[in-house]
Design a protein around this ligand. Structure first.
Ligand SMILES: [Zn+2]
Length: 512
């Protein structure tokens, strides 16, 4: 049976600075989905990477007395380090300065040009360097970019334009009919509003004399591509569009582009137009997340509330950081990251509920049965496993990862409640048969919880499931999450405490 392909991408991070917690969240969300689809038995390709061209990078490098290449090499490495720190399972890391990417970007440009959709014109208007985008007068607030609070630059130059207007109606149809599904619904409506009566043509290149740092326009060495044209094409160049190899044929169109809300219009507008022009399929889904504030405020160096993902991982480990980002921040909305709340969520969900359940159940089974499973025939499930799995799968297929995580918390609560109500320590003195039944039920629910939590807490769940030996290996998802897999006589191994309690914020200076 051939495996179903699943291609998921994050946006590519702009490397004019170091990674922030918002990009960490995007990576973790995409990683949870990639891991889940692998567990389902699908053939997954998960791509992330860095966006390395544009005027902002060119100028930042000059300010730092570096060549642009030196600066992007240095910063791209920090983003690669972040994927390692967060235990991200990307299959490829694309960089827009890779020669293969550049050739792929030139190829899609050429296809668009061959199709009559690239023409020469004069652009006169405003450009916000912060956005790396042309903006119009009506979007300014007091003469400044609403996002960057800086006046845009006025430019007049001979550029190439992309005939995006030609594809407006087609793009609108794709989105309205959900052939290109945008989650959440509010973002779908937002982009349909932007498309309105039609999208305008886009200036698609800049004179090399103005911007010597970019991908050259095919057959015109005096021009470089507009940075968004170059950047968006990473989604196909990273899987081999240049040669249209097997990887490309297997994985395009993408199942999911996972992005932040600020760049939706580029992904659901310009990018879809580019694909249509080049004769390529549009992606199937665009998932849009919100922004992270810190202590209720937008993060900024001057306020001193910038959350450093590396500091948190170093202090608390990858899984607790992943957990907070997936469970505490609403998947498609804004949320807050602060250490007090972080410690509270860690303490209640991980240390006291999940970790404690695992530790108690294995400790009791060790004490009463020497770590062996003593099955009672036909031992029923007392837990709402099927209901939880339905909620879980709904969350994972509708981009509500938080709901999926929360569904598993129900099983953890039910497991803890079962310990309290059945009192194994009393049964140990009076009713060994009943005790063996209770222990079986607890061990089985903990195993299923471990399977379901694997996409979110991969390191901890690997340790947990290893305690079950061979039966803890997930080979078939449907079987792994169904009740009654543990066999009589199997020897389990008690592990260490998965989430040690944190009494005092340790190394606050590092994390803050
Ligand atoms: Zn701006």
């Amino acid at each position: 049976m051939s495996q179903k392909p699943y291609f998921i991408t994050t946006s590519i991070a702009y490397v004019n600075s170091v990674p922030h917690i918002g990009f960490a969240m995007e990576l973790v969300q995409a990683d949870a989905l990639a891991r889940y689809h692998r567990l389902l038995g699908e053939k997954v390709f998960f791509e992330t990477g860095t966006d390395e061209h544009g005027i902002k990078i060119y100028r930042t490098a000059a300010d730092l007395n570096l060549t642009p290449q030196e600066m992007v090499d240095k910063n791209a490495q920090r983003f690669k380090d972040l994927t390692g720190a967060l235990n991200i399972t990307n299959d490829y890391f694309v960089r827009t300065t890779d020669p293969a990417h550049k050739r792929g970007a030139q190829k899609i440009w050429q296809k668009m040009a061959d199709n009559g959709d690239i023409y020469k014109g004069t652009y006169e208007g405003l450009y916000c360097v912060g956005c790396e985008a042309y903006i119009v007068e009506k979007d300014l607030v007091d003469g400044m970019c609403a996002i960057h609070k800086k006046p845009p630059e006025r430019i007049k130059e001979d550029n190439y334009f992309f005939r995006l207007s030609k594809y407006s109606a087609q793009i609108r149809d794709l989105i309205e009919s959900d052939r290109l599904r945008i989650e959440p619904e509010a973002r779908k409506n937002e982009i349909l509003n932007i498309i309105g009566e039609g999208l305008p043509d886009v200036s698609f290149s800049r004179p090399k004399a103005m911007l010597p740092w970019g991908v050259e326009v095919p057959n015109d060495p005096t021009q470089v591509m507009y940075v968004w044209c170059d950047a968006l094409s990473n989604y196909i160049t990273g899987i081999g569009y240049e040669e249209e190899n097997e990887t490309f044929k297997t994985f395009w169109p993408a199942n999911v582009h996972l992005i932040g809300k600020d760049i939706l219009r580029f992904h659901a507008g310009v990018w879809i137009g580019m694909l249509l022009s080049a004769g390529l399929q549009p992606p199937k889904n665009i998932y849009v997340h919100g922004f992270i504030t810190s202590g209720g405020q937008k993060m900024s160096k001057s306020i001193g509330n910038v959350v450093d993902p590396f500091g948190y991982v170093e202090t608390y480990g990858a899984d607790p950081v992943r957990y907070y980002l997936l469970r505490e921040i609403p998947t498609t909305d804004d949320g807050d990251f602060n250490e007090e709340r972080f410690l509270s969520v860690y303490g209640s969900d991980l240390a006291n509920s999940f970790g404690n359940l695992v530790y108690r159940v294995f400790s009791m089974n060790e004490k009463y049965f020497g770590g062996k499973i003593v099955k009672v025939a036909g031992c029923p499930s007392l837990f709402p496993v099927e209901e939880v799995i339905t909620q879980y799968q709904k969350g994972m297929s509708e981009f509500d990862v938080k709901a999926a995580v929360e569904s598993v918390l129900r099983l953890i609560a039910a497991g803890n409640e079962h310990v309290e109500l059945s009192k194994p320590w009393v049964l140990a003195k009076s009713d060994t048969e009943k005790l063996s039944e209770v222990m079986y039920q607890l061990l089985e629910i903990v195993r299923i919880i471990g399977v379901l939590m694997t996409p979110f807490l991969p390191g901890s769940c690997e340790k947990l499931l290893a305690q079950y030996g061979e039966k803890g290996r997930i080979q078939d998802w449907a079987r792994a999450v169904s009740w009654g897999q543990l066999e009589e006589g199997a020897q389990l191994v008690k592990g260490e405490i998965l989430f040690p309690r944190i009494e005092e914020p340790k190394g606050e200076s590092k994390a803050a």
